[in-house]
Write a protein that binds this ligand. Structure first.
Ligand code: KG4
Ligand code: ZN
Length: 338
């Protein structure tokens, strides 16, 4: 620790967030303003609505984070901002605000890859040493990353279509359950029989660590339609059984691909990030995989698994320590593979 304190700014999807983090891993403030209600009527995040909400709320979030930390901008050592990947309107809002704050204060800017923010979270929460294996499972992302340094990521595989959170959300929608779908499906699945419906295990027969979730969602849709045709509607038990079957299928393929990823890139720690990491069935399956591979399983607290700015501030601190400085030419990038 060099006694550095960073502001973090995150606005790449549907959470507007600001945080103040020290390089001794103290989170002095972490403000997250969600937009779920704004997008509720549309069945997904509407980019234009998200961008406007970020533009309106971001400066207030920063102000609140600084107030909560009891610091002024001039007490800080740098500004870390998500520069991509994500919805470009939101990313631009964050990058522009960071540039404005930097121009006014003279602080350096560090542009952070949102995925690196997630991937480095275990170092913020648990000081996990390099290397480790990260499974990122959210509503927008799904990939295995072998993390060997603050800018050394090897992608071992990932989804070829939907992200698992997206699949949970779509399954919830087609069963008439409330959004976000993950928690709804998990709750309903508690009283379900996972073996009643034969659902596929996509890509399990193919070597490697790639995953696919859209066929699984379609299989649930087909079972639903068969039931509706046969009995005129869905019973509560049908919903429960479909949710349970779907959830187990997701957990099984993720567990098997994680087993392969750990075989490809052995590591003492398997860590997860992303909202889907909240799923208990998945966690249990991953814990078993880790134990069998002789690795520790680490799931950071959920508020740091889902989108937040503390992870961006932390990734900025790590990048700053390794020499990264950005200027007024920092670009906002809708696509930015690690
Ligand atoms: O990381 P996150 O908050 O946002 C982004 O995707 O950026 O993840 C949200 C996703 C949603 O798709 C949500 O349905 C899913 O995580 N999720 C869950 C659970 N809780 C949230 N999926 C499965 N089981 C859960 N308990
Ligand atoms: Zn994210």
């Amino acid at each position: 620790s060099m006694g550095l304190t960073f502001l973090g700014i995150e606005s790449s999807c549907d959470d507007t967030a600001a945080a103040v983090v020290r390089d001794d891993r103290t989170i002095l403030a972490s403000i997250v303003a969600g937009q779920t209600a704004l997008h509720a009527d549309f069945g997904g995040v509407v980019p234009e609505i998200a961008a406007r909400a970020h533009a309106e709320k971001l400066d207030l979030c920063v102000e609140e984070a600084l107030t909560q930390a009891g610091l002024r901008l001039t007490d800080l050592d740098g500004i870390a901002v998500t520069a991509g990947p994500g919805l470009i309107g939101g990313v631009l809002s964050g990058v522009m605000l960071a540039k404005g704050l930097a121009a006014g204060s003279g602080l350096p800017i560090v542009g952070v890859n949102h995925l690196a923010g997630h991937a480095l979270t275990p170092r913020l929460t648990d000081a996990v040493p390099y290397p480790y294996l990260m499974l990122l499972v959210s509503g927008g992302h799904c990939q295995f990353l072998s993390v060997a340094g603050p800018d050394q990521f090897t992608r071992l595989g990932g989804t070829i279509d939907d992200a698992p959170g997206e699949a949970f959300d779509k399954v919830a929608k087609l069963l008439g359950l409330p959004q976000p779908g993950g928690p709804s499906v998990e709750n309903v699945a508690r009283s379900g029989d996972a073996r009643r419906f034969a659902l596929p295990r996509p890509l399990l027969d193919r070597p490697g660590c790639d995953l696919s979730f859209s066929g699984l969602k379609t299989a649930v849709l087909r079972q639903r339609d068969e039931l509706v045709t046969a009995q005129g509607g869905l019973h509560e038990q049908d919903r429960a059984d479909l949710c349970a079957g779907f959830q187990v299928a997701v957990a099984e393929v993720l567990a098997e691909k994680t087993r392969r990823a750990l075989a490809l890139a052995p590591a003492p720690v398997l860590a997860v990030a992303g909202g889907v990491a909240a799923n208990e069935t998945l966690r249990t399956a991953l814990q078993t995989v880790a134990t069998n591979a002789g690795a520790a399983f680490l799931a950071p607290p959920l508020r740091l698994c889902t989108d937040n700015a503390a992870m961006i501030a932390w990734a900025g601190i790590e990048a700053f320590h390794s020499g990264q400085r950005d200027g007024m030419d920092l670009a906002a990038r809708p696509r930015w593979p690690l």
